[in-house]
Design a protein around this ligand. Structure first.
Ligand code: SF4
Length: 309
């Protein structure tokens, strides 16, 4: 299978030209505001616990993130609070320049065989800088040769399509694309620097056509029509995980206060209350079947698909 090229990616979004142009303008503007601090890291795998208890490690090829999701709770965590650059969240990115080499060293010691890896929990492995730097891709190449017991690649970027041939060489992999809403206006309100809804749906469909196991992460659930969400997802995902601000931010919603205020100010009070994820999950189950729709922590940590390969 040939790797997709930039023109493939552009073709993929041709039907979404105006939204795509807006996204590109937004992303270009955002990139200009951001600073890169490439440097080698001491380690690449981090032991997981808490919310990701089903995994043994998280893998972050980058510190920081270039997508400035308004609800991102990582900005309330140590990685941001202790960042040595003195910049606000999403204004800095520290690529771990030796990420593939570090993973390679672990692999050579046999350290990947039993690992259940979540990539990534505090950045997006396909943050825009990945297009040139290829650090995530380098890590995938290592895992294609030394497969972990399970790998979840969690992203909101269609750039993941570039690596679908490498991903297809990893036996126990699931590609999860964040899709908290199919309402493009809401997406712009809450994720102004992220790829459009249409481009993410297209990426999911193409990943699945390439034979990869796909998941939509409706997390945190944002305002939108659940039936339209179900119709959009049917046919391009194997499963869906739904979560909300209250269970998903690991602090009962305290790390999401700013996002909840933003939603209320925009007139989406219902979506700023606990219970919306369960309501949306019910509607999704009606359309997609109960076995394909999971919720919150139990859903993200359900790795039954990895043992059934
Ligand atoms: S992509 Fe993830 S890590 Fe990056 S800003 Fe959005 S929620 Fe935060």
């Amino acid at each position: 299978m040939a790797h997709s090229t930039e023109s493939d990616l552009d073709d993929a979004s041709a039907h979404d030209a105006s939204a795509h142009d807006a996204s590109v303008r937004d992303a270009g503007e955002a990139t200009r505001r951001r600073q890169l601090f490439p440097r080698p890291a001491h380690s690449i795998l981090t032991r997981t616990g808490g919310f990701l208890s089903g995994f043994t490690h998280s893998l972050q090829p980058y510190s920081g993130c270039q997508f400035s999701c308004r609800y991102c709770y990582v900005r309330e965590m140590t990685v941001q609070r202790a960042n040595p650059f003195g910049l606000p969240w999403s204004r800095w990115l520290a690529p771990k320049t030796n990420a593939p080499e570090l993973l390679w060293r672990t692999a050579r010691r046999g350290g990947l065989e039993a690992a259940r890896i979540f990539c990534s929990s505090a950045t997006d492995p396909y943050t825009p800088a990945e297009r040139k730097l290829g650090l995530t891709r380098g890590c995938l190449e290592v895992m294609a040769r030394h497969p972990p017991a399970a790998l979840v690649v969690q992203t909101r970027s269609p750039l993941v399509l570039r690596d679908r041939a490498v991903l297809a060489r990893i036996p126990h992999v699931l590609v999860s694309v964040s899709l908290p809403t199919v309402d493009e206006g809401v997406r712009r309100l809450m994720e102004p620097d992220s790829p459009s809804v249409a481009r993410r749906l297209d990426a999911l469909a193409r990943l699945r056509r390439a034979g990869l196991r796909t998941q939509a992460a409706v997390a945190p659930v944002l305002p939108g029509d659940p039936a339209a969400l179900a119709r959009a997802l049917d046919g391009c995902v194997d499963r869906v995980v739904v979560d909300d601000f209250f269970r998903g931010d690991g602090a009962g919603g305290r790390r999401s206060r700013g996002a909840l205020e933003r939603l209320r100010a925009a007139g989406y009070e219902r979506f700023a209350e606990p219970g919306m994820a369960a309501e949306v999950a019910r509607e999704l189950r009606r359309h997609l079947g109960s076995e394909r729709v999971l919720e919150s922590e139990a859903g993200f940590n359900d790795l039954a698909w990895a043992s059934s390969v």
